[in-house]
Design a binder for this molecule. Sequence first.
Ligand code: URA
Length: 207
Amino acid sequence: MSHKAMKPEDDIASQISKIDAKIRKCTLCRLHENRTNAVPGTGKTIDLDLMIVGEGPGRNEDAAGKPFVGAGGRVLDSMLREAGLERSEVYITNIVKCRPPENRKPLDDETEICTSHYLENQIELLKPKLICTLGATALKYFTDETNMAKNHGRLLKSKNGLVIFSTYHPAAVFRSNSLRQVLQEDIKKIPSVLKELTENSKQKLLP
Ligand code: URA
């Protein structure tokens, strides 16, 4: 029986599936205690341009095992579409993969354990050209910045050299209609940012 050599893209997809399986069984921090489903991430795994990183699963995501499937997810999908991007073209995940109780912010030790075991590996394998952070938790994790108003809609460099585009969390639009516009304007910039990143070296674009 002949075996075809494994293509590199099959290898990436299979390694991502292995990480998904580890996340679904993970008991490394207290967040596993109340989960229905862990939420590893979904989307494109081959030649990835854009990874989107939120904070952590909410009630709907915990029920479905998929990121951004509730009201915030519908906002995100429609804003991506308005910018000419489909969910199937991006990879979407979170800082923590299990729902924090009552949707509280992930604690520092939960963030440290989850990102060092899972998010870092996902990024290493998928090698996105750009990471779009949604909200203050993801912004702070990658850059140590805490000021959303100052840092949204612009490129930043992460502590280890990744290219970050930060914007508000989609849930923010339920608190403020003006943030809906800001978020949409930010997301609309992403295709041209990606084009520039493809055409120019990132050193030219970063502050
Ligand atoms: N909020 C997040 O940060 N992530 C999700 O997946 C859903 C809601």
